[in-house]
Design a protein around this ligand. Sequence first.
Ligand SMILES: Cc1cc2nc3c(=O)[nH]c(=O)nc-3n(C[C@H](O)[C@H](O)[C@H](O)COP(=O)(O)OP(=O)(O)OC[C@H]3O[C@@H](n4cnc5c(N)ncnc54)[C@H](O)[C@@H]3O)c2cc1C
Ligand code: FES
Length: 378
Amino acid sequence: MFTETATARRPRLARRLLGSPLAQALTTPHGVDRYVELVKPAFSLRDVRAEVIAVRRPTPAAVTLTLRPNENWQGFRAGQHVLLSVEIDGVRHTRPYSPASSEHAPDGLIELTAHARPDGRVSPHLRAALAPGEVVGLSQAAGDFALPAAARPPELLLISGGSGITPLMSMLRTLCDEGHDGRIAFLHYARSERHVAYAAELRALADAHPNVRLLRGFSAGGTLAAAELDGRFSRDHVHAARVDPAVAPAYVCGPTALVDAVRELWVDDGHETRLHVEQFAAPAPVADPGAAGIASGAIRFARSGAQTANSGGTLLDQAEAAGLTPQSGCRMGICHTCSCRKLEGAVRDVRTGVVSTAPDEQIQICVNVPVGDVTLDI
Ligand SMILES: Cc1cc2nc3c(=O)[nH]c(=O)nc-3n(C[C@H](O)[C@H](O)[C@H](O)COP(=O)(O)OP(=O)(O)OC[C@H]3O[C@@H](n4cnc5c(N)ncnc54)[C@H](O)[C@@H]3O)c2cc1C
Ligand code: FES
């Protein structure tokens, strides 16, 4: 029988004491976290935080962070994403990243690999400035782009391009850790082998697991000896994968051109219900037939008292252009970090084209554009 030791009980007892009404009262107004984090920065009674354990730079543009989440972390399903928060020049920024690690990684460590965009705010900081020992904010994992938890599929097709490799790497590592013996085909597209963040590990997993078929396509600098796929994604590549899309679930994550090509083929063949899609960048906005009248009116930010003429951009872009710093994360309607109250006016969701005129409603300002006058609670 398992008997809990005094050493194992101690941290939980400490957390109970720190979460007690007495501790809360003694630390008002700042709260317990503010004091304990001075000695243990990753500690929080409720928030998920993680200590950076290691930083690697596997390709000319990528950075791989190994993180140790605190006790509030509830784990993830391979394929899901987390919201990572870092402070840059005193401002907290949040972005979604998909763990690339296995669900079963030892010590509960998770690994994120970010591709540093030269024009980006957060990803270049992760690559250039983050160091072991620092603490970052995390959310709990979220998202439906994930391996089914109940039963692992007997056949599986994973297709990734560029930095889109991360959630699929997590799926592959997880299944290999589980000793899953179903057929797995992994198609990965990159500029060259040098640009593949997990090049050596992918090869090693495919060599060690006869059920894993790895096929790579390189658009530049690839040699025939290194690449198994010729040219851009095509029906021939699916044949080469030797899994049947009529029965195998397929997961695709990567640039829009790759995702669109895969989706088109699956729709043509009537297999779209088995296709799972993840994109790291916002899809093209839905065209608006009445767009001519859209860049009119004014946006009022009630709490700050700021006001700006409607330029037609998203409310997030316009708030930032007006000098405000509303919370934001993915900037594409996924994370809800930017949600705020619209007090009055009409807004159009750029993903669906739907216009909403309801007063006093919660909206995501990164994916809504104003239609005439709008007042926000910012
Ligand atoms: C579910 C999900 C999972 C993801 N997982 C990963 C992952 O595992 N690895 C990975 O590398 N990436 C991942 N991403 C992408 C990641 O979240 C970031 O979008 C990416 O790292 C770029 O962030 P950044 O802060 O460097 O760039 P940003 O500063 O957000 O800029 C991105 C682009 O938006 C433009 N932009 C920024 N602000 C404005 C503005 N005010 N007006 C107009 N244009 C603007 C920039 O010029 C740039 O082209 C994921 C995204 C999602 C949605
Ligand atoms: S910033 Fe993520 S939903 Fe708006």
